[in-house]
Ligand binder design. Structure first.
Ligand SMILES: C[S@@+](CC[C@H](N)C(=O)[O-])C[C@H]1O[C@@H](n2cnc3c(N)ncnc32)[C@H](O)[C@@H]1O
Length: 196
């Protein structure tokens, strides 16, 4: 999706304001994975407002790249923010961004690990910006279900190319899809909750 001129300028303004550097595209050669690319700040802020985060929340970005979403979430009052990312180099850049971030309210950690190997036990909010294909999504959701079953869990799926995989999951409710025509965000976003 092409960014508008407003978003390009707004992104530069936010990067300077926050003291971080997260722009650009980084290819991946890992099977079933989507390359690094990020969303307009305007869209990220809109999604985080919609989530109505709480001080007890542990926010996890699955496929966290250079850490733009991590840094935006850590400027909110949450317990902690975690990035899960397969690329060691992107993890290094995300940690550097986390160290330089201005206006931080919550700690950030970045884990160099595949999405279906991370332990999600204390996660309460999961964020995915279309990080991988259906097969990996299915296996990551299996892991997430085992780790979080019966507990408070909200999932945000931006640019939801594999909503059908979420809809197969008997342990998830919701599926409210906000279209970008309605929100003005850069992408459609679908919201799910773990069944308690
Ligand atoms: C579209 S980018 C999203 C980046 C970030 N969430 C953001 O919105 O700024 C997808 C990211 O997922 C990572 N990724 C892809 N497959 C993965 C996997 N199986 N486990 C962990 N990370 C993965 C990619 O390396 C890439 O950084």
């Amino acid at each position: 999706m092409r960014k508008t001129l407003f978003d390009r300028l707004d992104n530069i303004w936010w990067e300077r304001r926050m003291g971080i550097s997260t722009r650009g595209i980084v290819p991946t050669d890992h099977p079933d994975s989507v390359h690094y690319g990020t969303m307009a700040y305007r869209t990220i802020h809109g999604i985080l407002d919609h989530l109505d985060l709480r001080s007890s929340d542990v926010f996890v970005d699955v496929g966290s790249g250079k850490g733009r979403v991590l840094c935006c979430a850590a400027r909110r009052s949450v317990r902690r923010v975690v990035g899960v990312e397969l690329s060691a180099e992107l993890c290094r850049q995300a940690r550097e961004n986390a160290d330089q971030l201005r206006g931080r309210r919550a700690p950030i950690t970045v884990e160099n690990i595949l999405a279906d190997k991370y332990n999600y036990a204390d996660t309460t909010v999961l964020f995915l910006f279309d990080p991988f294909g259906a097969a990996t999504l299915r296996s990551a959701l299996e892991r997430i279900a085992e780790d979080t079953r019966g507990r408070d869990l909200r999932i945000t799926y931006a640019n939801p190319t594999h909503d059908e995989v979420f809809q197969e999951q008997p342990w998830l409710d919701g599926g409210e899809r906000l279209s970008r025509d309605r929100t003005g965000w850069e992408h459609d976003v679908t919201f799910y909750q773990g069944r308690r």
